[in-house]
Design a protein around this ligand. Structure first.
Ligand code: HEC
Ligand code: HEC
Length: 478
């Protein structure tokens, strides 16, 4: 309400544009409704779609400097709570205040002249291995187990004056809308998919206007457990996400994070102007090189074993590489079905239709397959824990299902063990039920809970011990 008074003149204009878009929009659902397959994809090969060209260098600059998440914490209030920035969290190429912020935060000055600090993509899509921040690595320690409203309230205590209060309120309203749907029960599990649905529930797809009360039935409160995949696979993938739901223009789909704050079609368009550059940057990334020694003779022995047993799904590497872009149906892959099943059982179709009605509807399409993409394996040594739900803590256990722990937790040191190709972890005797308190509970990865199953993908089980060792060595070199 407050914002309407401040920008009263603009609201009238927007309402008129909104009406026109709504009128056009009225035709879209029925037009798309004629094609029931619009929101489903078959398993098997994913066809390529032409992408808008972009400039990777400009894309990196935009990724670490532009306010594509434009609401957040007033800087003055945030600075009272902020810990000292560790120099290892600084990234090159950042401008102004950003040069002194940790990589996951971006600063900008809003229309009222208030400096705002927001989370950027790297809160989920970067993590340190050793002393080095790896941009594009899914953050295995991202912690969404805390109610997002608690930070909002903490920051709120330090907000001063009407302009800061208005900025804080803008952000607080958005978090209030999404907080019930983005709390996970295990550290490292990422609620991004549920977050997108929650935002769509609160936004008018025609005008982008935010509504404090949901306009669509919100998603279920509990996010399906997911780990974040690395960005460098996108240069090979023809569709985005584990179920290949992200079809069409990838640059638009990948900036859905900006739906948190973009309140007008104009703001979405401004972000869209540099989105192809961000996509081009993501696709220019190569995986970090394996930091240890590789036994070249053993790796060479592993290559033909890999090509005979794995390449039909994961492709070939080295000179003249190939990648088949194949979605494997649930009954064949056998990994936890919950994610692909809920994406395709019809219970989320209202959000896929929201995408159709949004300004990007002509060029992006939500169409999941009932299965999981066999990902490229470039830099696979670095992307533990493995599988879409992060249920398998090391690569050795992925290739031998007998080694997969039922209950485990990350070691407190949060060290990556390149040799084992996983984060250091402890195997536990019992699951979340036996945890002493909630702090212990959120650290336990419990594969007996819904969505957390660690079975399936048993293609390594039939190899001999020596073949498995050789394939593991070969995987270090990808
Ligand atoms: C809250 C955490 C979070 C934020 C913030 C976030 N992402 Fe993601 N991202 C994820 C998760 C989780 C997935 C995997 C979802 C899936 O595959 O179903 C993902 C998937 C992706 C993928 C597809 C990767 C693949 O292999 O299919 C791309 C590309 C991507 N994100 C780009 C971005 C960009 C660009 C931003 C910032 C504008 C961003 N993400 C912000 C969590 C996040
Ligand atoms: C029939 C197709 C198929 C075959 C054969 C296959 N895989 Fe996979 N692989 C998949 C699919 C699909 C996934 C993703 C499953 C998921 O995330 O639930 C996957 C996941 C993986 C992952 C984990 C990726 C991640 O995101 O964590 C690794 C590593 C892997 N496979 C290696 C291998 C190796 C090595 C072999 C040969 C011994 C092999 N795969 C054989 C289809 C296959």
């Amino acid at each position: 309400m407050k914002k309407r008074i401040v920008i009263g003149g603009t609201v009238v204009t927007l309402a008129v544009v909104g009406l026109a878009v709504a009128w056009l929009g009225g035709f879209l659902p029925s037009q798309f409704g004629a094609d029931p397959q619009r929101h489903r994809s078959p398993t098997g090969e994913v066809p390529a779609t032409e992408q808008r060209p972009g400039d990777p260098e400009a894309g990196y600059h935009a990724l670490v400097n532009e306010p594509y998440v434009s609401c957040g914490m007033p800087q003055e209030a945030w600075s009272r709570l902020a810990p000292e920035t560790d120099s290892s969290d600084l990234l090159p190429g950042r401008e102004g205040r950003n040069a002194e912020l940790p990589y996951s935060l971006t600063a900008h000055v809003n229309a009222d002249g208030i400096e705002i600090i927001s989370n950027n993509c790297l809160v989920c899509h970067a993590a340190p291995i050793g002393d080095e921040v790896v941009v594009g690595l899914g953050n295995p320690f991202a912690d969404f187990t805390v109610d997002a409203r608690s930070l909002v309230n903490q920051v709120g205590r330090y907000v001063r004056g009407p302009a800061q209060t208005a900025a804080w309120q803008h952000w607080a309203d958005r978090i209030e809308g999404i907080a019930p749907y983005i709390q996970t029960d295990t550290i490292g599990m990422n609620p991004a998919t549920n977050l997108s649905w929650a935002l769509m529930a609160h936004r008018d797809p025609d005008t982008m206007a935010w509504s404090d009360t949901p306009l669509l039935e919100p998603p279920p409160e509990t996010p399906v457990p997911l780990r974040t995949p690395p960005w460098w696979w996108m240069s090979k993938k023809n569709a985005m996400f584990y179920t290949t739901i992200g079809r069409g223009d990838h640059s638009r789909y990948m900036l859905f994070a900006s739906l948190l704050c973009a309140d007008t079609v104009e703001e979405l368009d401004e972000i869209d102007a540099y989105a192809p550059d961000i996509r081009a940057y993501l696709e220019s990334l190569s995986p970090p090189a394996f930091p240890g020694e590789i036994d070249e003779a053993l790796a060479a022995e592993g290559r033909p074993v890999f090509e005979a047993n794995c390449a039909s799904c994961h492709g070939t590497y080295g000179e003249a590489p190939s990648y088949p872009n194949r979605v494997i149906p649930l009954d064949k892959i056998g990994t936890d079905p919950l994610y692909a099943a809920t994406m395709t059982d019809g219970s989320l179709d209202r959000f896929y239709k929201w995408v159709d009605r949004s300004p990007h509807g002509g060029t992006v399409r939500a169409a999941p397959a009932e299965g999981y993409i066999a990902p490229p394996l470039d830099g696979i040594w670095a992307v533990a824990p493995y599988l879409h739900n992060g249920s398998v803590p090391s690569l050795a256990a992925l290739l031998d299902s007998r080694l997969r722990p039922r209950y485990w937790r990350h070691a407190e040191t949060r060290e990556h063990d390149a040799e084992a190709m996983g984060w250091r972890h402890e195997v536990l005797e019992s699951g979340k039920d036996a945890a002493a308190d909630s702090a212990e509970r959120v650290n336990i990865y419990d594969t007996t809970l819904p969505g957390y199953d660690n079975g399936g993908h048993d293609f390594g089980d039939d190899l001999s011990e020596q073949e498995r060792r050789a394939v593991l060595e070969y995987l270090k070199s990808l």
